[in-house]
Design a protein around this ligand. Structure first.
Ligand code: NAD
Ligand code: UGA
Length: 463
């Protein structure tokens, strides 16, 4: 089958950039991205592509090139499903906040709604692609819904997980390490796989396109995220030991990373990993393992999360302890709120948890992040339900300039590794602060020697 029309349900951090790149690389395919969220679709259609709802380097240019040509954003979900031969499901799959599996399992209600809607609308055979990250064997549930509630048409379900990282989404999509496509081993399944392989082979070498059975594909995505997060928790565990022993975690990371079996990437010690997926996907993995009675497997992976929570908490308690055991009414300046640089995404950002701890200690927090505004910051804190929205609002002051955020502060906490922080006039910042002036570098990005020479009391992670 030659694909000419694609629909993607979910215009979020994955659906938006992924479809923009498919549209750019496949001008012969009409790509329609749909979402129930009208405001989000409106922003994707903003005449000025700098206003699209997701900040990713290089994305607005791609949208500008393809939008209106073969890339469309719409709230008309049914029409897009009806017209497409291939339907990507790219909706959110958050951790369940209620009922069985609360706090662990993936909430699949949005996935099920999509399946039911596709079944209702489809009048001819469709390929349905799981782009969202899903528990292994979800395809079975989707297939059952499609086959039992549909109009008698044939559905092929493929698993095609996404491996892009935020902040580098465009380069990851243009030059992926691999594309993974899982499908049925029947002739119809193999045809569906081949149709999707064709789409990607417009810009990805065929030897980088892996095809597997559906369950391997679904489980590979959870496994990849678990391994990546595990590396961070492993180096963060070492960072605490470094602090006690006089070793330096950056030196340790470099030394082990030069072993080609270990490799140098993903060994940056930090205040803890954030983002919408690592925690959610590992909790999901733990839940699945437990549901099969594999308690040792579950405990093994859960430790990655326990270590990460510990790393965030120990960062905030160290601030309190170092500031003479009290931060009440002291101004603490946060540089960065996003969960990593080059994104406006704040989901599960370590900054949220550090702020929450410090507000418990009655600190006044001033925040500067180049891409995150006050509303998002307050929403993140309110979501924790630790205290009233009013108290949160009084505890947080936001600035659109880092120098102003740091003025009169007792301490600065670096929570995101934005490049611009490195190039600041640190002497100027020092002069404007209370003394002693502390810097807690949760990303190890600043020049410790230079800052100490200026007069700062500098503390990085793991040294
Ligand atoms: P997101 O919350 O940014 O976007 C999901 C979108 O789906 C939302 O805009 C929501 O309104 C829409 N939606 C939900 N139900 C809908 C429905 N029934 N009909 C139409 N629209 C609907 O989420 P995201 O970050 O793009 O993640 C999507 C999936 O991709 C998740 O499973 C996630 O684990 C996975 N993933 C995310 C990343 C990442 O970097 N964010 C990377 C790889 C995989
Ligand atoms: C991660 C994976 O890298 C992607 O492959 C995957 O597709 C995605 O999750 C997903 O499934 O959602 P993402 O969360 O966007 O991507 O960003 P990462 O670069 O992985 O960073 C995650 C967190 O770990 C960030 O808070 C980052 O600052 C932190 N991190 C990363 C470290 O603390 N140290 C490191 O060495 C690397």
């Amino acid at each position: 089958m030659k694909i000419t029309k694609i629909c993607c349900i979910g215009a979020g951090y994955v659906g938006g950039p992924t479809m923009a790149v498919i549209a750019q690389k496949c001008p012969h395919i009409q790509v329609t991205v749909v979402d129930l969220n009208e405001q989000r679709i409106q922003a994707w259609n903003d005449p000025n592509t700098d206003n699209i709802p997701i900040y990713e380097p290089g994305l607005s240019e791609i949208v500008a090139e393809a939008r209106g040509r073969n890339l469309f954003f719409s709230t008309n979900v049914e029409k897009a499903i009806e017209e497409a031969q291939v339907i990507f499901i790219s909706v959110n799959t958050p951790t369940k906040t209620y009922g069985k599996g609360k706090g662990m399992a993936a909430d699949l209600k949005y996935i099920e709604l999509c399946a039911r809607q596709i079944a209702k609308v489809a009048k001819d055979n469709k390929i349905v692609v799981e782009k969202s990250t899903l528990p292994v064997r979800t395809a079975e549930a989707i297939k059952s819904i499609l086959d039992n509630t549909g109009n008698g048409v044939q559905f092929q379900i493929l698993s095609n997980p996404e491996f892009l990282a935020e902040g580098t989404a465009v380069t990851d999509l243009l030059n992926p390490d691999r594309i993974l496509i899982g499908g049925d081993t029947t002739p119809e399944g193999e045809d569906a796989i081949e149709a999707l392989v064709e789409v990607y082979s417009n810009w990805v070498d065929r030897d980088k396109i892996l095809t597997t059975n559906v369950w391997s594909s679904e489980l590979s995505k959870l496994t990849a995220n678990a391994f990546l997060a595990q590396r961070i928790s492993s180096i963060n565990a070492m960072s605490e030991l470094c602090e006690k022993t006089g070793a330096d975690v950056n030196e340790v990371a470099r030394a082990i990373g030069m072993d080609s079996r270990i490799g140098p990437k993903f060994l940056k010690s930090s205040v803890g990993f954030g983002g919408s997926c690592f925690q959610k996907d590992i909790l999901n993995l733990v839940y699945i393992a437990k549901s099969y009675g594999l308690n040792e497997v579950a405990d093994y992976w859960e430790q990655v999360i326990i270590m990460n929570d510990h790393q965030k908490r120990r960062f905030s308690s160290n601030i309190v302890q170092t500031l003479y055991n009290t931060v009440a009414d002291k101004k603490i300046a946060f540089l960065g709120w996003a969960f990593k640089k080059d994104t406006n995404d704040t989901r599960e950002s370590a900054a949220i948890y550090v702020a929450d701890d410090l507000i418990n200690e009655q600190a006044k927090i001033s925040v500067y992040d180049p891409k995150v505004g006050r509303n998002k910051i307050l929403n993140d804190l309110d979501y924790l339900e630790t205290r009233s929205a009013e108290v949160n609002s009084n505890a947080i002051v936001t600035f659109d300039n880092a120098y102003a955020a740091c003025e009169n502060a007792h301490a600065i906490a670096v929570l995101t590794e934005w490049d611009e922080f490195i190039t600041y006039d640190w002497k100027k910042i020092y002069d404007s602060m209370q003394k002693p002036a502390f810097v807690f570098d949760g990303r190890n990005i600043l020049n410790a020697k230079e800052l100490t020479q200026i007069g700062f009391v500098y503390q990085g992670i793991g040294s």
